[in-house]
Design a protein around this ligand. Sequence first.
Ligand code: NAG
Length: 492
Amino acid sequence: MTSSEPLNESQQNGGKVTGNLVLAASMAVIGSNFQFGYNTGVINAPQQVIEKFYNETYESRYGSFIPLTTLDLLWGFTVAVFAVGGMVGSLCASWAAGKFGLKRSMLYNNILAVCAALLMGLSKLAGSFEMLIIGRFIIGVNSGINMGVAPMYLTETAPVSKRGVFGTLGQLGVVSSLLISQVLGLQWVLGTDALWPLLLALTAAFSVFQVLIIPFCPDSPRYTLLVTKDEDKARQDLQWLREKDYDVTEEIEQMKEEHKDDDVAKTSFRELITNPSLYRPLIIAIVMQLSQQLSGINAVFYYSTDIFLEAGIPPLYTGVATVGMGVVNVIMTLVSISLIERAGRRVLHLVGLGGMCASAAVLAVLLNLQRTSAVSWLTLAFILIFVVFFQTGPGAIPWFITAELFDQASRPTAVSIAGLFNWLGNFAVGLAYPPIASAIGGYTFVIFAVFLAFFWIFTFFKVPETKGRSIAEITALFSGEPAMHYTKSTML
Ligand SMILES: *[C@@H]1O[C@H](CO)[C@@H](O)[C@H](O)[C@H]1NC(C)=O
């Protein structure tokens, strides 16, 4: 964020948000970030009806109903295979960006989205849950690529003074599309026996939108200038994104200037894990990512309908409760975007983890009580509180800290390793939740509470405050200084 630095006149002009820039940003957010959010939320509400399809398909093939444990495993796999795709996609993202540029990476990625939508949408007709599972995997690859490429496009097309804001647009896109999927999944909309294939296939609508808009949008001028090395085209594209009377010369020069930093040799994976001043921040980055996923947040985003049914909330209201959770999620994302710029990362993360840990402990108790209506609604309330605390810290802070712990040379490698662990945690929770919840019920939240307590302690003792410190100051913390030195000085 450079928004606090004084800007000269020409930068201020260039800082205006034009219609063309809004068009390009919408193309990236709706066409790319939406795929990730939509497919994170879409299998939540229709779990019951899709499980019925699994049961019927199994019965027609093997002549007996599906055993409950098989169904739990199969459903968990259907949900979580999305994250396996995400891992593959995140590994492909920087390769695709380098080979095709950001615009064509996003464009070609829609081929995957349309294939996935067809597989998922036709799985019922074909009587094959395998098609649904393969579709979930492919849309996961699509999301992994999108989440690598779209944020880059957003920050690289935005004026320098608006980069921070445009970066957060992507996150807002994710939570908004999660909410859209929850609304469309309601039993009065598309969450029915007959219509769930359409609900899953609708993810192609975001691709159609992107394919229609993308011909009017330029590639990232930064990519065109520095990788394609076509300065005239880069100028032309940048001019299109900015106002007519704005002189792009200075911004082009600035890109060339910044590019000089890129020439620093990139730290290899090997260096990163063998150099103590690099592997210590890397461990922090990885644990921060795991703290986001193993907090159990995706148990809630993937399976809240099931949790609400368990808690005794009438089936008529479980969909509405899930939508309510999505609304809270969007509102809290807006709140946290404004908090992050002001409050310290460490404090926000500690408050978030602590609040989630307490809510998880209460949920474990509530889910084991006699189901009176008071207990049911209290369960709903604590699920919402769980989400509120998630967005306070663990929702965004791990990404901020990961980016801030490393210098230009080691950041790309570190960020991609951290991303891999993020998807891995996502996969583990998605896969393990249904069988574990079947076996031990509400005590599953005890597991999350224990994880959260561990992550709280780790954050308290090991994670330095990064806000307001330069990258050089932060990296100095890890170059040979005894560990206690920085933890002591940064304890609140
Ligand atoms: C499968 O469907 C049958 C018939 O509707 C039902 O009795 C059985 O409980 C279902 N099995 C599971 C695991 O849901």
